[in-house]
Design a protein around this ligand. Structure first.
Ligand code: ADP
Ligand code: MG
Length: 313
């Protein structure tokens, strides 16, 4: 359940990588958005649009080139005291796309999940450690007995559940889920999404949920931001984004996915994104075309988009 309390504020964030010969890759190029406590914010865009870089910069795996990230009001890129750094490391967690490569194959599930408990001294003794790990295994739909096994003994979906248990162990408030279901069979994807939703409800978690297509994201997200080439081109409540996409790139992403909705399918026409149709008379800015619905556009496009939305529900 989403609240009015901002847990994360991303302000004009940039992350550039050197690309040789004095060139740079503008992986994240001036994006701004807020995430409210308890909500799921979906971040979508095709491969290479800068989603993972955004997530990694937010959690401080990368230094920002420019801009700010405030977590519960505190700038996470500022120099933090050891205690604050440790607290931040606990309160924000990340789940990765490929659970196989993010779980150490030589560690038991017990030790993988307990690592954070040990680092943050969240358990007093071996007995408590085991109990906590077993509780976590059950919370993610695995068995207590799984604690003594190794990652390779599990299926992809189960390994992702282990990754989720590891993140949950330290009782985080915000979890960055970087395409947590993209590597899984379609039949397993919904199970993992449902698990994430259940855990969110039980524990009041906030998610930044990254995905490269819009199909599952609609189901899990309260609001969605669409990224393209390092920019955020559109941001709106999920329903609004699906009903009234405005940016041509969002329209093309949406037109690519089949939805189990006959009315929608009847009208679905595949649209190809053609950036040459965009107005280039000035530098586009992020503008609110109607309450809570933002689009990256020029002043001319802004007027055009507002007209396009007039009278729409
Ligand atoms: P996404 O997660 O949306 O697929 P990424 O954030 O991984 O996108 O990548 C965005 C862009 O930044 C791509 O052009 C990618 O090649 C580049 N990039 C990502 N990580 C690095 C890095 N560590 N060094 C150099 N370039 C990178
Ligand atoms: Mg990625």
């Amino acid at each position: 359940m989403s609240t009015n309390e901002k847990i994360l504020e991303v302000k004009n964030l940039k992350k550039y990588f050197p690309a040789g010969r004095g060139k740079v890759v503008k992986a994240v190029d001036n994006i701004s958005f807020d995430i409210y406590k308890g909500e799921t914010f979906g971040l979508v865009g095709e491969s290479g649009s800068g989603k993972s870089t955004a997530g990694r910069t937010i959690i401080r795996l990368y230094d920002a080139t420019e801009g700010e990230v405030l977590f519960k009001g505190n700038n996470v890129h500022a120099k933090l005291s050891k205690a604050d750094q440790l607290k931040f490391n606990r309160e924000m967690q990340m789940i990765f796309q490929d659970p196989s490569s993010s779980l150490n194959p030589r560690m038991t599930v017990m030790d993988i999940i307990a690592e954070g408990l040990d680092v943050h001294r969240l358990v007093k003794n071996e007995k408590e450690r085991r109990e906590r790990v077993e509780e976590l295994l059950e919370a993610v739909g695995l068995n207590r007995e799984h604690a003594n096994r190794f990652p390779h003994e599990f299926s992809g979906g189960q390994r992702q559940r282990i990754g989720i248990a590891r993140a949950l162990a330290v009782e985080p408030e915000l979890i960055i889920c970087d395409e947590p279901i993209s590597a899984l069979d379609v039949s397993i994807q919904a199970q993992v999404v449902n698990l994430l939703k259940k855990l969110q409800k039980e524990r009041g978690l906030t998610y930044l949920f990254i995905a490269h297509d819009l199909s599952m994201v609609k189901y899990i997200s309260d609001r969605i931001g669409v990224m393209h080439l390092g920019h955020m081109v559109e941001l709106a409540d999920s329903d609004e984004l699906y009903k009234n996409p405005i940016h041509p790139y969002t329209k093309s992403l949406l037109s690519a996915i089949p939805l189990p909705d006959p009315a929608y399918e009847r009208n679905r026409v595949r649209q190809v994104y053609d950036p040459s149709q965009l107005d280039t008379s000035e530098e586009p800015e992020f503008r609110e075309v109607r309450p809570r619905h933002w689009v990256r556009c020029t002043t001319k496009e802004f007027e055009q988009y507002k007209r396009e939305l007039e009278g729409k529900e």
